[in-house]
Design a protein around this ligand. Structure first.
Ligand SMILES: Nc1nc2c(ncn2[C@@H]2O[C@H](COP(=O)(O)OP(=O)(O)OP(=O)(O)O)[C@@H](O)[C@H]2O)c(=O)[nH]1
Ligand SMILES: [Zn+2]
Length: 300
């Protein structure tokens, strides 16, 4: 008997123990990992050994261009692979966390993925100036900030359409920032999907619980992921943490010691920039916090 040919596909949803893969003809297949090496994430290209007409075993995860994840002391959470850019959604109400935003930026920089900040709910005029002020601290980190109002679809398309077209973008955000509202504007079929999902869960809520890739009508993909309350970076080395702060890079050149940790060393370029006001104290504090967490884990 002929062996089934191996299929190639892309993972578009991760459901814990199984995945949904999309094949080149647009058909979907329920897939299971075949051993440890075949553990996939959304955005992965995989080879699949078909099992019947609707299921398959993931035989191999093809080489990834990049992989974005966070981790705490007990586990890692992989967001997605092979993405072109990261869109971090923040809002003035509830006010976003500087700490979580900073960590997401570190994760993006260390994975080699360009981050953008999407400031949503700009119709909340009273709280907007404070949000803008806090984001201004990041201007030296060279992160572009795009302002949107997710409840105004036309504004959203004007502000984001060009950036999203033809690229694979990962949407990330704390709960309540309006990520689902934004997704539903950008991907018409997403609404039906989230409603179906919440009915199945019986929660009546539209909270995103799994990561999923949607094709954009204009070309490109948008990957939605669950909201988060914590963002550990235990997987990063001290060098990678430093690289997560792009505004440090020019200053590091002036450090007297090659292994300077930029916390207390004499002749430190980063501390000098901090004293001059060229690096914000909040950003330097975040850097020290992430480093201290990883040290407490006995990483270095
Ligand atoms: N005023 C205003 N409210 C908005 C805007 N976008 C979203 N909201 C509201 O903010 C609340 C949270 O929006 P969601 O889209 O559910 O937020 P989320 O980030 O997906 O949150 P999780 O599902 O918990 O991850 C809802 O009540 C939305 O109606 C906006 O542009 N302006
Ligand atoms: Zn230094």
């Amino acid at each position: 008997m002929d062996k089934d040919p191996v299929l190639h596909g892309r993972i578009i949803a991760a459901h814990g123990r199984h995945y949904t893969a999309e094949l080149p003809d647009g058909s979907l297949r329920k897939c299971f990992p075949r051993g440890k090496k075949a553990v996939a994430v959304v955005g992965d290209r995989v080879s699949i050994v078909p099992q019947g007409t609707e299921e398959g075993a993931i035989d191999q995860v093809l080489d990834r261009r990049n992989l974005l994840y966070r981790s705490d002391d007990v586990r890692t959470k992989q967001f997605a692979a092979n993405v072109d850019q990261l869109l971090i959604v923040v809002a003035p109400e509830p006010m976003f966390s500087d700490d979580l935003l900073g960590r997401a930026l570190v994760a993006a920089h260390s994975a080699g993925i360009e981050p953008f900040i999407v400031l949503n709910k700009i119709d909340l005029e009273a709280k907007l100036p404070r949000a803008r002020e806090r984001l201004a601290l990041l201007s030296k980190a060279n992160v572009r900030i795009i302002e949107v109002c997710a409840t105004d679809p036309e504004q959203v398309h004007t502000a984001l359409g060009h950036l999203l077209q033809g690229r694979s973008s990962l949407l990330l955000g704390q709960s309540g920032m309006g990520k689902s509202t934004l997704l539903n504007v950008l991907v018409p079929q997403a609404q039906a999907h989230t409603q179906e999902h919440s009915q199945a869960l019986g929660t009546g809520k539209h909270t995103t619980t799994s990561t999923r890739l949607y094709s954009l009508p204009e070309g490109g993909d948008l990957i939605d992921s669950p909201g988060f309350q914590a963002f550990g970076l235990y997987h990063l080395s001290s060098t990678e943490i430093e690289q997560g702060f792009p505004e440090f890079s020019a200053e590091v050149e002036h450090c007297r010691f090659y292994n300077c940790t930029h916390r207390h060393e004499p002749g430190c370029g980063v501390l000098a920039a901090l004293a001059r006001g060229d690096i914000s104290p909040e950003r330097h504090e975040l850097y020290k916090r992430i480093l201290a967490e990883n040290e407490a884990q006995g990483r270095y």
